[in-house]
Write a protein that binds this ligand. Sequence first.
Ligand SMILES: [Zn+2]
Length: 1054
Amino acid sequence: MIKTEKIVHLKCSGGRKLRRVVREHYLREHVPCYSALCQAGCANDGKVLSAEVTHYVVPDVSVAGDYLEVLDFTELQGIVFTQTACQAVQHSRGRRQYNRLRGLLKDPRHDCVLFANEFQEYSYCPREKGESQDKWQTRCVYNAAVWYHNHLAGLKPVVMLTEDKDAVAQYSSLSSGVYVISVQDYLKNFWPELQAAQELYCSITQALQEKESEGTEREYAEHLPADILEAGIKSGRYIQGTLNVNKHRSQHEAFVRMEGSSNKNTDLNSDVLVSGSKNRNRAVHGDTIVVELLPKSEWRGKATSLTAGTGDEKTGEDAQSQPMPTGRVVGILQRNWRDYVVTFPPREETQSQSRSSQRVLVIPWDQRIPKIRISTQQAEALQDHRVVVRMDSWESTSLYPNGHSVRVLGRAGELETQVQTILVENCIHVPPFSEAQLREMPVTSAESPWTVDPGQASERLDLRSTHLVFSIDPAGCEDVDDALSVRMLPGGRRLELGVHIADVTHFVAEGSLTDLEARARATTYYLADRRYDMLPGVLSADLCSLLGGVDRYAMSVLWELDAQTVEVSRVWYGRTLIRSSYKLQYELAQALLDGRQAQEEVPELAPLPADARDAKLAQLVQALETLTHIARQLRAQRDKGGALELEGVEVRAQLDEEKNITALVPRQPLEVHETVAECMIHANHWVARKIQESFPQHALLRHHPPPRQEFFGQLVDSAKAMGYAIDTRSNKALADSLDRATDPQDPLVNRMLRLMATQAMSNALYFSTGSCSQDQYYHYGLALDRYTHFTSPIRRYADIVVHRLLTAAISLEKGQVPKGPNKASVLNKELEEMSQHINCKNRAAQQAQKLSTELFQCLYFKDKDPQEHQDCVADAVIYAIRANGVLVFVPQYGLKGAVYMRNREGQVLSVNADGSCEWQSGSIQRHPDHISTSSSSGSSTFSLFHHITVRISVEPSRCHSDSLHMEMISNKPHRSPAAGPQSTQTQGCRPSLVQEVVRQAEEASQQAQEKAARGPKLSKEEREFRQSKVPNLYSLLEEARELALTDLSICTTR
Ligand SMILES: [Zn+2]
């Protein structure tokens, strides 16, 4: 080992002064090369570059810094990032770029490695006197490239990428086998097919050039340096938080949600308003920012009137509420920029813009994001398309942020483009599973089906002949996560309940490619018309799925219970081998319980002789009844503790075989859903107890924090207006008072109140036990002291983590020491990061599902004439009063929205004698429980919880998503001409888990129907024709979808 000295320049924390430091620098002969071709026996642990590629690529500092997105293409393989380049990116490109690079290096799906060239004795070169930093770094990278080539005995050509023309001239002919070329030449010569990479290259280059030619006139105040911000936050002068832009008033109104502990300003317990773009000072929705409060005289109130998304802004004093803390942005701690879907401005505008330059202001689909300036020649050609762009910078001299385009998503208006937009906007990345991932899967086929391994059989508790195991699932369900068993134990006083869960972790090894992909996805994504699985189909629909009549591995929990009180006296956790006897559908199980169904309906019994069939059926019905009994007892216990029945708006689109929406139907729960759900809650609770006891510092649990009292305001006020008292002090008090708040005349009142209670709730979240104190473990909604997710490992990654923890807990009990690092604090930190990641992905999944539901709601109404079609007229209930209108709920479609009482011309809604409404000039008056208008024809009153009739129409939007518009056409309730099952529904208050089960039920049966109805396969031409036929947006078939996913860049080559 050789010691040398290295001079480094350190930036001070403020970023202004440079400090010269002499550092000891140790050189070694052996530094791993991480190549599979290594001839020198390097200690290459972990990720290794493939030997298969035709060449290796070594990007220099500026390429790694500026063109990392191009190197991000998985097609580009065999990339060696030098330590020199990585450190330079870290110091000069900011945290975002550095994290991206680190992510790339860590990701095993990307064929790239880090080479510590500055520690390698023969590749390191000290900086020469008078040599500029840039030149020296380029020389270091070149030396590293040469070293690589020599180290691998010339077996692999090495290509160094640099944008420095001098370097190309200087080095390109210096050493054979090492090529020095520009990124553009590289892409042209090596990747002529990869059009998307070349376009991305051009777009980044243009953005870089534009940046250089930026003006100097300042549009915004400069941001303060980091050390001043830090000191200001510490002293309480500044406040740190996340910027949240009001979607409906995106230009004018944003709020800063404070981050709890960082705030020393104790007399401040609300959000801080940031009004106007100058005060927002280049902060973008989602950024972590620092604000300074303005003097109280400049505080303002938030707008209380309803405003359309189209920018009908009202800023008059009368429309504003009480002044609230108001501030201005003084600095940005972290940009949380992502990929944005945008639309080019209409043709007329681009023409006037492009006369002076190539710059175009594109309009983000997300209304909270400002317009972005990009350079392109394609503004004209891409008029009708949606495009993905990234923001690069936002200087104080520029009114708008600068960015570059990344890829074309597709034509606006096409269903596939709209769905892809939802995915991009929520950072959901679900490419098809790669070859390498699929190679990890066990092989099973009709010729050689997968079989139980004898070794596994002997290690597992074999329940195949001792237990009657069955599953209850939605019709057509393929991924059976869970199965149940129940039996009376000898003596007749004790029962044994069993919950058996697919043993996914047996097939998905920790750290495998499949595992990493599942972790990255974190969940299966359910959209209104499709789903994206977390695991490959061979696992989710076959080997892990607890199908009937086949041997399957399971993770089981078995409880010994008192037959009457269901008190648990013993519990066993472990791996089992099961064979499910029945794969029941919910409807059939419910029918068997109700005594409504003949035995012929149970398919598994059909082949048996009559007497055997009767005996089997009696046994099954007995088991179902026992389960129901147990579930009712368990539920009663949780109710005593304060479990809540909440209400979500759950409506699904019913599609016909052409994917046309035929109806929007509210979901219908059955008691058996609740029975299954209760058993799953029980299992999740007991597994939570087990892993928390075994790993008090690093178990993955799920808690549901109590809601903030101020969020109950609307619920309490609205209930009070109706004469009900809602007590929100505890979950028990809330549950009881909600139960009392029923109007015998109108069941919807109770439903609405539960809906408001649900809206006031915080989200349930995963966490690591070491990161919270025990009193924070509580699950408010389920009223359980500990809870986790164990029962759906096929579609939730959290459950996979929990299965691994449970396995570790079981081996710990047997005296085996778990493998891997076992320092509790490290494991806690890792697990907490994982929890955050899963929470974040779950939010994205929920948001995507909501958006896709809204998309389909719009599509449902889009081709119906609101003046003619009876579906466009519906009954609605007023649930909140605003200054210029009301918020209503439409039960038939599960829609919520605004109904204006004053239009843009200033007219107000007035009611005629027959209840019909019309616009007249007049005034409007808001009260706590009603709103009234007065005009020449008299005064009209609209009260909370009153039923009205609304007309629903679609408001199209060029750059954003279409939205639904509702107008009141009568202040009388609407009587649907065909009051079928879609009309007012009395039940429907179920905990969220039940809703989840229900949702799955309906989805799967919908899929089953579709499958059955699909009939003969269509020809390729037919398919293509259907997909491109604009009016019929839903005739998208599986194959077309696959195609679009495989190559999203397909349309960029046009
Ligand atoms: Zn080596």
